[in-house]
Write a new protein. Structure first.
Length: 164
């Protein structure tokens, strides 16, 4: 018998609408194809450390920002967990700290993911992405992952999600 292409999918989320859409897409895939799914949020402490070292942040600001990111991550993971529950899909969630791309790739390897789902680029204003760090992380994930990476650009994903 031929082994399925995907058994374990990992979704990288950062709280953005496009990452929530990637999670919705993953939930639909997990439901339809009976896949194991893990959702990972990374608190980008690597960038915070760089900003502190370059004196863009003082240590207190960095700690406050890290705390806010952690709160956002917990909120995002709970929200996605609730979405999965609504569709009868069991998922794992995990929060990590470090460099986003490195932590996502490491999480995918430890989960033995066959596919990583990531959200598409955020809307651009004046030709510049508001989330430059996210764009760099996305490129690094694609370049470094040992499994396939799918950038979710599904139009009308929320309507599709409601119907599944």
């Amino acid at each position: 018998m031929i082994k399925p292409l995907f058994q374990n999918i990992l979704v990288a989320v950062n709280g953005s609408q496009t990452s929530i859409h990637a999670a919705m897409y993953g939930i639909m895939m997990a439901k339809q194809y009976h896949l194991n799914m893990k959702v990972v949020y990374v608190v980008d402490t690597a960038t915070l450390k760089q900003l502190t070292l370059s004196k863009f942040f003082v240590a207190d600001e960095s700690a406050d920002y890290e705390s806010n990111l952690t709160d956002d991550g917990e909120h995002s993971l709970k929200y996605i967990g609730d979405l999965a529950k609504q569709k009868g899909v069991k998922i794992e969630t995990e929060m990590r700290k470090g460099a986003v791309w490195s932590e996502i790739v490491t999480a995918a390897e430890s989960f033995e993911a066959n596919l990583i789902l990531i959200g598409a680029n955020e809307e651009k204003q004046y030709g510049v992405s508001h989330h430059n760090v996210v764009s760099v992380s996305r490129s690094e994930i694609i370049a470094s992952a040992s499994c396939s990476v799918l950038v979710v650009r599904q139009p009308k994903i929320e309507q599709m999600f409601k119907l599944c």
